[in-house]
Ligand binder design. Structure first.
Ligand SMILES: Cc1cc2nc3c(=O)[nH]c(=O)nc-3n(C[C@H](O)[C@H](O)[C@H](O)COP(=O)(O)O)c2cc1C
Length: 180
């Protein structure tokens, strides 16, 4: 199963449009996929204590644990993913161990294209995640209303999924499967 997490809390979110496009593409490819939208399933702020007992947190932890790969769609906020995305990782921590992780970012301008690297580094160093070396970074012109604007951004979504599935299938057949 591929887990797609949409972390924007904005009602008209663009990164959510990418998350939905990824989900549809995976369904077209007959790949099991679950979309977890933080705007629909709110999480408490991580306090390192009682928040882990929240039912949405437990549901998300289970989904992360069972996922072959996780595709995170996030807004860029202050040259980083948004705090809801970081909070979701804080709350589900060890469930990410050894996971393949792909990322797609919606941003306001062209200059913040390295904004996924802080989270990518922490996932690599903390949980030995394998980061898909193809990020989607999209600004306003890639969207039209509630849809992707054109073939270029659709193609980038397809390529992210292709590369993610190649890694998932390659690792399944390989003794290189990361240890937990
Ligand atoms: C608090 C805040 C911080 C932002 N910081 C950045 C930034 O550092 N770089 C950037 O390119 N865009 C920035 N933006 C613009 C958002 O990335 C842009 O609106 C994007 O579409 C948000 O994703 P969403 O539509 O999925 O919610 C920021 C927006 C907000 C509200």
């Amino acid at each position: 199963m591929i887990l797609v997490i949409s972390s924007s809390l904005h009602p008209g979110s663009r990164s959510r449009i990418m998350a939905r496009a990824c989900t549809s593409r995976l369904q077209e490819l007959a790949t099991a996929v679950t979309l977890f939208d933080l705007a629909e399933s709110p999480l408490p702020l991580c306090d390192g204590a009682t928040a882990y007992g929240d039912s949405n947190v437990q549901q998300l932890s289970g989904l992360v644990e069972n996922a072959d790969a996780i595709l995170l769609a996030s807004p860029v906020y202050n040259y980083d993913v948004n705090s809801a995305a970081k909070n979701a990782v804080e709350l589900t921590g060890r469930a990410w161990t050894g996971k393949i992780v792909g990322m797609m970012l919606a941003a306001g301008g062209q200059g913040s294209y390295m904004s996924a690297m802080g989270l990518a580094n922490s996932l690599m160093l903390d949980f030995r995640c394998l980061i898909v070396p193809r990020f989607i970074y999209a600004t306003g012109e890639s969207f039209e209303g509630e849809a992707l604007a054109d073939e270029s951004i659709q193609e980038r979504v397809h390529l992210l999924i292709e590369d993610t599935l190649r890694l998932v299938n390659g690792l399944k057949d390989s003794s290189l499967q990361p240890e937990s």
